[in-house]
Design a protein around this ligand. Structure first.
Ligand code: ADP
Ligand code: MG
Length: 152
């Protein structure tokens, strides 16, 4: 047993379905929030952010891509400013501090962080954790994903 409460669990069967789930999820998210996105490479974290950004009318899905190299992307919508962050290449607490994420968490902001669970301080401070997993055998072309959403 974990102390976390699973508030939503769903299964999607395509990237489009994951984007649609993200669009609906946006209606449930109110800033300020730290959202950790967990899952292996290719699990669908960035794909889910495409939907969340569309739901917030902050960006079109096709304009949202991985911040693996740029580290932080900003999308401004009428209801919130989204920061899509990828910490895959960030390994030390010191490098994390250099990014200055604390400064991004203004009252109207939502941080959507991939690989944030590497850092205990983010695991502690996060408000929402979304875990994406491939379902069943790992086969080429497998498109089923389980998505679990936990709040504190
Ligand atoms: N059900 C699904 N949900 C999300 N992505 C899916 C799904 N099925 C297939 N895919 C594909 O898996 C890949 C997920 O990539 P991405 O979202 O960048 O993953 P991550 O950010 O977790 O590394 C994309 O190529 C996407 O088209
Ligand atoms: Mg990604």
């Amino acid at each position: 047993m974990t102390s976390q409460t699973i508030t939503t669990q769903t299964t999607t069967h395509s990237a489009e379905e994951t984007i649609a789930f993200g669009r609906k999820l946006a209606a449930e998210l109110s800033p300020p929030l730290i959202v950790l996105l967990r899952g292996d490479l290719g699990a669908g974290k960035t794909t889910l952010v495409k939907g969340i950004a569309e739901g917030f009318e902050a960006a079109l899905a096709e304009d949202v891509n991985s911040p693996t190299f740029t580290l932080v992307h900003e999308y401004r919508g009428p209801r919130a400013t989204l920061y899509h962050i990828d910490l895959y290449r960030i390994d030390t607490q010191r490098d994390l501090e250099t990014l200055g994420l604390d400064d991004l968490l203004a009252p109207n902001c939502i941080l959507l962080i991939e690989w944030g669970d590497k850092f205990p301080c983010l695991r502690r401070d996060r408000n929402v954790e979304i875990t994406l997993e491939r379902v069943g055998e790992e086969q080429v072309g497998e498109t089923e994903r389980r998505i679990q959403l936990c709040t504190r």
